[in-house]
Unconditional design. Structure first.
Length: 403
């Protein structure tokens, strides 16, 4: 069987996701090709079986047309014709869409190809943008307009790229009509939280399946040499936070607050990209570590910590929580999106979003009860989110294609 995966960019979570999915597909004897637009990132970070489509000018033109009109998904005509031609040459049995509403596709052309050739589509949602007028996370600003038709987007939404005209209502109408026209569509979400939103959106009549994110849990559980880690505070309990890029949405403000409120032998450590401007505001009692260069180093940092804290304000099913559990760390998180879905009473605590006092109390509780929040309990829980999750994708591909 031949699977075509369409994704906007080879960055963030995606390279690891794709590599793990590729292994699951190959294990079954099937073929997976990745179709990505012609951008600088995609050319620099080439992945296996990657097919580049379109031209680099396309994204810039599409982006500025969006900034001018407030509409996307309808531009990029010539580049999308190039994608369709390459899909015809490949002739996939299944198409797996991922993040595609990102200023690079003419969706009417793609949908016409899909329906003309009766290709089953599995669409993996990593956020909410496919069923809103344009935003990836509406929950951070408590916006409910997407249920009946977007309009007047909240200006304080950090997940919204501004445009000269707010055409979110028209974009929502276009997406509702266009995406519901896909004749054979199955939607996959990594969390029950997102699945519930999809069931209440204009996709409510489509097949909706939950497949949690997965990682190589055995690799994270394997003991690492902690001398790889430069954390000069071995006599303190290490409170670890990890983000690819630290900002307010990832909980940076909450981590700064915790560093000032923790009493006793505690050390807050932040791993990830922090700007020079942010560093100027950092208190002396926070240790900032740059992004790791190797996975061994990342795992060693997890394993040296005592508690993992994830005060994210907008998330779907964060992989960092699973990584922490697989490394033997108990997890404390806000009840944001699907962030708490990987936890049980023996491996972590979830508190109401924004409740910093509850975060603080949870840290003290976990550190005071090592007999409950054990390394073994965390690792055991993580095994529910192993690489076997990717086998579920392959089974779904076969199911929808009938092959």
């Amino acid at each position: 069987m031949k699977i075509a995966l369409i994704q906007s960019g080879n960055q963030g979570f995606f390279p690891r996701f794709y590599n793990d999915l590729s292994k699951a597909v190959e294990k079954r004897g099937d073929i997976l090709k990745l179709f990505v637009p012609n951008t600088g990132v995609n050319n620099r970070r080439k992945l296996s079986n990657q097919v580049i489509w379109g031209n680099r000018f396309n994204w810039h033109l599409h982006y500025y047309l969006y900034r001018l009109t407030g509409l996307q998904d309808v531009w990029s005509f010539i580049s999308t014709m190039n994608l369709v031609r390459k899909l015809k040459e490949y002739s996939p049995d299944v198409i797996n869409l991922h993040v595609v509403n990102d200023c690079n596709l003419c969706m009417p052309l793609l949908v016409r190809y899909i329906n003309k050739h009766a290709v089953p589509v599995v669409w993996t949602f990593h956020d909410t943008r496919a069923f809103t007028g344009r935003c990836a996370h509406f929950d951070e600003v408590n916006c409910e307009k997407w249920r009946t038709g977007c309009y007047n987007c909240p200006k304080d939404n950090p997940w919204l790229t501004k445009s000269l005209i707010d055409n979110s209502r028209l974009e929502w109408i276009i997406r509702r009509k266009l995406f519901n026209a896909i004749s054979k569509l199955t939607i996959v979400t990594p969390s029950e939280w997102l699945a519930d939103f999809v069931r209440n959106s204009f996709f409510k009549d489509k097949d909706i399946v939950v497949v949690n994110n997965g990682i190589d849990t055995c690799e994270f559980a394997k003991k690492r040499d902690c001398s790889l880690v430069n954390i000069p505070c071995s006599n303190k309990k290490i409170i670890l936070g990890v983000a690819s890029v630290w900002n307010k949405s990832k909980g940076l403000d909450a981590m700064l607050w915790l560093s000032q409120k923790l009493i006793g032998d505690y050390q807050v450590v932040l791993l990830g990209r922090i700007t020079d401007e942010q560093k100027k505001l950092m208190p002396n009692n926070i240790l900032c570590l740059p992004p790791t260069s190797t996975k061994d180093e990342l795992i060693a940092i997890y394993q040296k910590a005592d508690v993992f804290v994830n005060p994210t304000l907008a998330d779907n099913f964060p992989t960092v929580n699973i990584e922490a559990l697989a490394s033997g760390l108990p997890v404390i998180t806000y009840k944001t999106g699907g962030s708490a879905e990987c936890l049980n009473e023996k491996c972590g605590i979830a508190v109401d979003k924004g409740d910093r006092q509850a975060l603080l109390k949870a840290i003290y509780t976990v550190c005071a009860h090592p007999e409950i929040y054990t390394k073994e309990n965390s690792i055991k829980r993580s095994q529910n989110y192993s690489l076997a999750q990717f086998d579920k994708y392959v089974e779904l591909y076969h199911q929808v294609s009938g092959k």
